[in-house]
Design a protein around this ligand. Structure first.
Ligand code: ATP
Ligand code: MG
Ligand code: FE
Length: 334
């Protein structure tokens, strides 16, 4: 089953051709990071405009590289939710146009299901599994007992992890996206420097990162008032260690409670080197296998959308999108 996957939910315009959720023929990613970093974060209107500007070239490149034509696709797939509404609408409109023009059925895909299924592209994973979803807009512990079924056990009550990374990076004077930069500084700093209080949350598997972020901001303000120098490497390292500790502890706890042997990391923050290492080690100690996608497949890309669509067709046999398909900015996993 050959699927063309389209992703435009945030600041990556990406289109891929993937067969059976596994074989990637092309996965073109046009990132707008260089444009948005001047503003310290993604500016929605600018993102929409650049998606419009780039999407047809990305489509051509994705097809050219795959050596297929549009008519060779069994299905088209597009991220319809969640994300920036203007950005989503560019992908959805193009996908509907292609589907209407070619007669190829269109599958609407939830962006987070794409992140989750990016794990299944390069490796075979058996269910049940616990998935830690950590991205720019999401932080959830998800239980999957069968294919394409998602039960959220808990999530963030305020900031997403990626969002906290980006905001802390900004106050440290680092450019968007801050996650990779903090990850790098971690190795140059003293991670025991700041004793950051771990947040209290209502549910066992809930998270809160706003307090962790505020702790860092308050410390920086205090130092500024006292006209003292700060060592940003130490702050970055302390922040990263606290965050990763929280994520690993709760994920392992959930896996134990559900008696699950497989743990998956999904979303942009799954690229974090310390999270990958610590989760793997904690998994080994507890007799659990830890999986994560290769770095390129962690952040937004079309291949994960095509992969998720394959599993959706295979296991859910969903209804194809009609021409009234709309983008949806906020939508939970269901
Ligand atoms: P969502 O998937 O929730 O809609 P998004 O698509 O904007 O949000 P992703 O593209 O999945 O988010 O991930 C981007 C986020 O990942 C950014 O917040 C970025 O800082 C973070 N990130 C990327 N690499 C790393 C890293 N090595 N360490 C920590 N965070 C990282
Ligand atoms: Mg992005
Ligand atoms: Fe994403």
């Amino acid at each position: 089953m050959r699927i063309l996957g389209i992703e435009t939910s945030c600041d990556e315009t990406s289109i891929a051709v993937v067969e059976d959720g596994k074989k990637i023929f092309s996965n073109i990613i046009s990132s707008q990071i260089d444009i948005h970093k001047e503003y310290g974060g993604v500016v929605p209107e600018i993102a929409s405009r650049h998606h419009i500007k780039n999407i047809m070239a990305v489509l051509k490149e994705a097809l050219d590289e795959s050596n297929f034509e549009l008519k060779d696709m069994d299905y088209l797939a597009v991220t319809y939710a969640p994300g920036l509404i203007g950005a989503l609408l560019v992908g959805v409109s193009v996908a509907k146009g292609l589907s209407y023009g070619s007669g190829i059925p269109l599958i609407p895909v939830h962006h987070i299901k794409g992140h989750i299924y990016s794990n299944f592209i390069e490796q075979d994973i058996e269910l049940p599994a616990i998935v830690l979803v950590v991205s720019g807009g999401h932080t959830n512990i998800v239980y999957m007992d069968e294919e394409y079924k998602f039960e959220s056990l808990g999530g963030t009550i305020d900031d997403a992890v990626g969002e906290a990374y980006d905001k802390v990076a900004r106050v440290l004077g680092l450019q968007y996206p801050g996650g990779p930069k903090i990850d790098k500084l971690y190795y140059e700093g003293n991670s025991k420097f700041l004793k950051i209080t771990k947040p209290k949350v209502p549910g066992e598997y809930d998270f809160s990162f706003s307090g962790v972020k505020t702790f860092v901001i308050n410390y920086l303000n205090k130092m500024k008032m006292q006209k003292k120098e700060v060592i940003i490497e130490d702050i970055a390292a302390s922040f990263q260690e606290t965050v990763v500790d929280i994520l690993v502890e709760k994920t392992i706890k959930a896996a134990k409670e559900k008696n699950v042997k497989n743990i998956l990391l999904a979303g942009g923050v799954a690229a974090n080197s310390l999270l990958r290492k610590e989760m793997k080690e904690a998994g080994e100690k507890n007799g659990m296998e830890v999986y994560y996608p290769s770095l390129k497949l962690c952040t937004d890309n079309g291949a994960m959308i095509a992969a998720a669509a394959y599993y959706e067709v295979k296991y859910r046999g969903i209804e194809m999108a009609k021409l009234n398909l709309n983008g949806i900015a906020n939508r939970e996993l269901d």
